[in-house]
Design a binder for this molecule. Sequence first.
Ligand code: NAG
Ligand code: NAG
Ligand code: NAG
Ligand code: NAG
Ligand code: NAG
Ligand code: NAG
Ligand code: NAG
Ligand code: NAG
Ligand code: NAG
Ligand code: NAG
Length: 427
Amino acid sequence: MWLKIFLSCICSALKLTVPSHTIHGIAGQPLHLTVDYNFNATASEIQIIWLFERPQSNPKYLLGSVNQTVVPDLEYQHKFTLMPPNASLMINPLRISDEGNYIVKVNVRGNGTIAASQKIQVAVDVPVTKPIVHSEPSSGVVEYVGNITLKCTVEKGTRVIYQWMKNGKPLHASPNYTFSSNNATVLIVPVVKEDIGNYSCVVSNRVSALESEIIAPTIYYGPYGLRVKSDKGLNIGAVFTVDMGEVILFDCSADSNPPNTYLWIQRADNTTQVIKYGPHLEVVSDKVAQKTIDYMCCAFNNVTGKRDETHFTVVVTSVGLEKLAQKGKSLSSLAVITGISLFLILAMAFLFIWKRYQPHKGQKLITERRRHFQVMLIKRNVSIRSKSIPAKKLASAHTKRKKERKGSVLLTWVAHLNVSLLKIEPK
Ligand SMILES: *[C@@H]1O[C@H](CO)[C@@H](O)[C@H](O)[C@H]1NC(C)=O
Ligand SMILES: *[C@@H]1O[C@H](CO)[C@@H](O)[C@H](O)[C@H]1NC(C)=O
Ligand SMILES: *[C@@H]1O[C@H](CO)[C@@H](O)[C@H](O)[C@H]1NC(C)=O
Ligand SMILES: *[C@@H]1O[C@H](CO)[C@@H](O)[C@H](O)[C@H]1NC(C)=O
Ligand SMILES: *[C@@H]1O[C@H](CO)[C@@H](O)[C@H](O)[C@H]1NC(C)=O
Ligand SMILES: *[C@@H]1O[C@H](CO)[C@@H](O)[C@H](O)[C@H]1NC(C)=O
Ligand SMILES: *[C@@H]1O[C@H](CO)[C@@H](O)[C@H](O)[C@H]1NC(C)=O
Ligand SMILES: *[C@@H]1O[C@H](CO)[C@@H](O)[C@H](O)[C@H]1NC(C)=O
Ligand SMILES: *[C@@H]1O[C@H](CO)[C@@H](O)[C@H](O)[C@H]1NC(C)=O
Ligand SMILES: *[C@@H]1O[C@H](CO)[C@@H](O)[C@H](O)[C@H]1NC(C)=O
């Protein structure tokens, strides 16, 4: 009990402090082991001693001082420096072999002797150099067929930790990504298109960290998402409706690495025929004999060995009514309008009477003729939704569009006329 009080008294009389009990030093550079001490007695003599110990070995004396005089161990004379009364030790240069525990003891003699000691654990690391990543195989792999092994190598560095990055984000182990025990190697199996990206390796230890250049493994895949587009024509599903005389350009595209080879096949009269190689096809509808032609675009990836194909139909519409409309345009407008108006009024009157007494005749013919009529109206932005087109509706559409060009007005009139004529014409 008495002894305990005595010891605590001594400890508080001399205070020896260190900023940290664990220090990470860099091999080849100087290292300061900073120590601070103070006491409140009058000292006649101050003694500082530094010892070094490795695990499973006896402590070694490094150097010591009494007052201002340093007494080194001759073996380490040039390596360790002490400048009393400052108790800090300088190690220069620091070597891997200097790793271990450093013990400092300070003794102060005044009215009796007081002492204190501290232990500092020093770890020495070699900084890492910039790592290099290799991809195996370097030539590239086919999706779902090959494996990719990414290897990270670093020339120098101790206690290296490896971390993989994909597009700047840490890569985690998953069923498709297998890491080696030290994480220096990652195996990707199976390889899928989604594995395409920028990979890099970050190596680090307690004193440094560096990232490799990015590597983007070559992965062959596809074709995916094959589709055909055209610059013109009305596309409903896989059917392109075009006017006779138009030149239509078709584009076939699919996602693939390496780029696909494309070929176009035309099917007509029970025969198929390769008509073009390459992603573009030009169809000049004038030259086309039939009204409906089936085409097929095939995309082939010559590395993955996979292919895809898509069918589409081109429907060529005749332009009889359009020609009529163009003729009407060129006629002297006022006379024509007057004539037509007059005729229309008469026709309407006649239609009204006729409809009252013979409501269902002539319906088939009307439907047939209207198809051409619709094509023409679509071109002029007149939308027709209902199947039967009463002349009244058309008249109101005409009123809405009064402000449009003269030609357009005329056209609408011609349309009126046409409808009227259709309905008048009884069978
Ligand atoms: C010296 O240290 C002792 C022990 O902590 C303390 O009791 C005493 O007051 C200190 N004296 C001075 C002058 O600081
Ligand atoms: C240390 O210095 C004190 C006075 O500052 C002196 O009395 C003492 O003799 C010195 N000791 C040594 C070993 O030189
Ligand atoms: C002792 O020396 C170290 C480094 O040489 C310095 O950082 C520290 O401030 C010194 N301590 C005193 C009390 O002078
Ligand atoms: C030295 O210690 C003795 C007894 O411990 C005490 O009586 C004396 O005052 C102390 N002298 C100084 C200078 O502290
Ligand atoms: C890919 O890895 C699997 C499992 O590790 C192995 O069975 C297969 O042979 C490898 N394939 C190639 C092409 O290396
Ligand atoms: C990969 O890096 C290249 C340039 O180094 C960059 O153009 C590309 O966008 C990067 N890809 C991703 C997915 O970050
Ligand atoms: C892992 O592989 C499976 C196929 O086995 C694939 O469907 C999936 O997209 C892959 N996941 C990742 C993250 O690459
Ligand atoms: C390997 O990386 C994983 C994280 O992806 C980590 O949890 C693990 O501790 C690392 N192993 C080694 C030996 O660095
Ligand atoms: C594969 O197709 C590309 C063009 O897409 C061509 O350059 C390459 O020579 C072809 N390779 C083989 C082996 O046919
Ligand atoms: C189309 O080809 C099939 C089989 O090749 C044949 O049975 C059929 O008679 C052919 N039809 C015509 C219209 O040529």
